[in-house]
Design a protein around this ligand. Sequence first.
Ligand code: THU
Length: 139
Amino acid sequence: MEKAIVEKLIDTAIAQLQFSYTPYSNFKVGAALLGRDGKIYTGCNIENAAYGPTNCAERTAFFKAVSEGQREFDAICVVGGRDGALTEYASPCGVCRQVMMEFCDPESFRIILAVSREKYDIFTLKELLPLGFGPAHLA
Ligand code: THU
């Protein structure tokens, strides 16, 4: 991936941390999802007093994008940490990986885990969700 795009996604994901609603865990997560249309769809985690309805940052970004008509994606950057401090990678939960599997090609979709512009790693969805079950299995 082009470095300028990676850095833009990292900056955008970090900027989302300010919107993260986390009165229960205080673990703040930001996401920046790159659509095939070139647009960046943003997301933060949104917690709930009943815990179960909590939505992860990644799914917030995906659902915003899909609800606006975008269904094809190239990459997502995810950042997060306790109190919003970025000390290690915030890796997508299993549910979010499955949502990615619904809309993304596991071989080419890139997941950028970052703590800063300088420290990040890029994974394919296939690496984070081997043998994933997706729409192709029902085709
Ligand atoms: N969280 C995310 O936003 N993304 C993930 O993939 C992992 C977990 C959020 C959910 C909850 O608000 C907090 O992190 C602690 O689990």
